[in-house]
Design a protein around this ligand. Structure first.
Ligand SMILES: [Zn+2]
Length: 489
């Protein structure tokens, strides 16, 4: 275990408590992994004192949309996240989770975004959680169970809707994972492993999550011309199953749909009158996923993020590669497979409107295994704080922080996280609001952000003066423990 100083005082901090209200000056005392007390500024005493003068103190950021299932184990220092002030990641989004896996087969796209056949080796969510805890990651993780993962394990032909017996088998796998402490169920009806599923199949599974008090997150079937119908489909499933819906990485994709965010957000607002709906978004006009020739339209720019047969082309534009090879972009994409792509598919005004929507949480959707990843992996949270909040005034800092902390914690049932409040977990970030800034770019994406000064995870000092301390105190956050009990273990 890590060598933990039991007590730490953060003195003269400007506290953003996550409520969205104006900040206040205070000393914050942490003890035994918890926030022990919030004291008048300058009044506290402790064995270790950090001077927070001029700095903002917030609950550690919760990255609600990640594909870090395997990353927490193979790179447990989690530098890309910790260096942004992130203290908890939600894994298993978009229908893609590393567990449970009982199939004797290689993971097809998009499951190959997070690992190969050797990596899919946890027969149960419980086994996955034990392995993640054993790796001692530097950040906490909450686990979602993916529909595509369930389908590859239980459905004979993933190009077809599941039979009644196959639905029962998926429900059993999902139920076992929910009992182990998963936070919910995710789907990605956009992807070939799941697109044959009708909403009845999704509802049957979402009901299992609902029975355990879990959520349903959805990478919807169509983010292009069919975006409104696809939003309704996801909301229909959540309403029928009776649980919280999270619309993943919301966007209006493709030039034909640019400018439609007012229309799509009106759908969300309307559906929220009937049942709980939230969404997450990242602060960029490009998305990223597997490279698929079907997604290549010759109109939007596409950058290659990885390629198995042609690793030398990671970081290059598909158009340049196609020109070099004397073929069209679809053919170039075919030759690069299996591969990943960064799609410049959104417009700035939509991104801003979606980020500013009051029910939007911040989620990176970062892809940690890509050779040349989208910069959202390293830059999402500081980019919201620096570029969109400070430089463009899209919202107040207290509102930006709410979107990264309390809104996220409450949506996923993490009651003792995401807030600076006595009795809550001491997951904290201290940063300079005047300088915080993302450094990762599309050309040079693996760059740590500036202005993130200190981070504590479960009271342990994980980042000090911008550098990793090597102390790793994250753990798997299980639904029941987070929801009903007080102190973290
Ligand atoms: Zn997705």
């Amino acid at each position: 275990m890590t060598d933990t100083p039991n007590e730490c005082l953060i003195r003269h901090a400007t506290v953003y408590d996550g409520s969205g209200c104006a900040p206040y000056a205070a000393d914050v005392l942490c003890r035994g992994g918890l926030i022990a007390a919030i004291l008048p500024p300058g009044s506290g005493h402790a064995a270790q004192v950090i001077d927070a003068s001029g700095l903002a103190l917030s609950a550690g950021f919760i990255d609600v949309h990640t594909h870090d299932d395997r990353q927490v184990m193979i790179a447990p220092d989690m530098q890309a996240k910790l260096s942004q002030g992130v203290t908890t990641v939600i894994t298993g989004n978009c229908g893609i989770s590393l567990a449970p896996w009982v199939a004797d087969t290689a993971p097809p796209a998009p499951l190959n975004l997070i690992g190969g056949q050797d990596d899919y080796r946890y027969p149960s969510v419980q086994a996955y959680m034990e392995a993640a805890d054993a790796a001692q990651p530097a950040v906490n993780l909450g686990v979602l169970i993916g529909h595509s993962t369930l389908r590859v394990n239980a459905v004979a032909d993933t190009g077809q809707p599941a039979s009644a017996a196959e639905v029962v088998q998926m429900q059993a796998l999902l139920s076992e994972g929910m009992r182990a402490g998963a936070l919910g169920f995710s789907s990605g009806l956009f992807y070939p492993t799941s697109s044959a599923a009708g909403n009845d199949e999704v509802i049957a599974l979402a009901k299992v999550s609902a029975a355990h008090g879990g959520v349903y997150t959805s990478h919807i079937r169509d983010e292009y011309n069919g975006v409104v119908d696809a939003l309704h489909e996801a909301c229909d499933a959540g309403e029928a199953a009776g649980l919280q819906v999270v619309l993943s990485h919301h966007k209006c994709a493709g030039p034909a749909n640019w400018g439609r965010s007012g229309e799509t957000l009106a759908v969300v607002t309307e559906r929220r009158h009937r049942h709980p709906v939230g969404l997450d978004a990242y602060p960029y006009t490009a998305g990223s996923t597997t490279l698929n020739p079907d997604y290549v339209d010759g109109v939007i720019d596409i950058m290659v993020s990885w390629s198995v047969p042609h690793p030398e082309h990671a970081g290059r534009y598909l158009k340049e590669i196609a020109d070099d090879w004397g073929v069209d972009q679809k053919e170039a994409a075919r030759r690069l497979l299996p591969a990943g792509g960064i799609y410049f598919q959104m417009r700035e005004d939509d991104v801003r409107q979606i980020l500013a929507y009051p029910h939007t949480m911040i989620g990176s959707d970062g892809l940690p295994h890509d050779a040349h990843p989208h910069p959202r992996l390293w830059g999402t949270f500081p980019r919201v704080l620096g570029h969109y909040c400070r430089e463009h005034g899209l919202f107040h800092l207290s509102e930006a922080i709410r979107k990264m902390t309390t809104l996220s914690a409450d949506t996923f049932g993490l009651r003792r996280r995401g807030r600076v409040q006595a009795g809550c977990a001491a997951d904290l970030v201290l940063f300079d609001p005047a300088t915080v800034k993302d450094a990762a770019t599309f050309a040079d994406p693996k760059q740590a952000a500036l202005g993130i000064v200190h981070v504590w995870v479960n009271g342990v000092h994980a980042l000090a003066n911008g550098r990793l301390t090597g102390q790793r105190a994250g753990r798997v956050l299980k639904r029941d423990q987070e929801r009903f009990s007080g102190a973290p273990a």
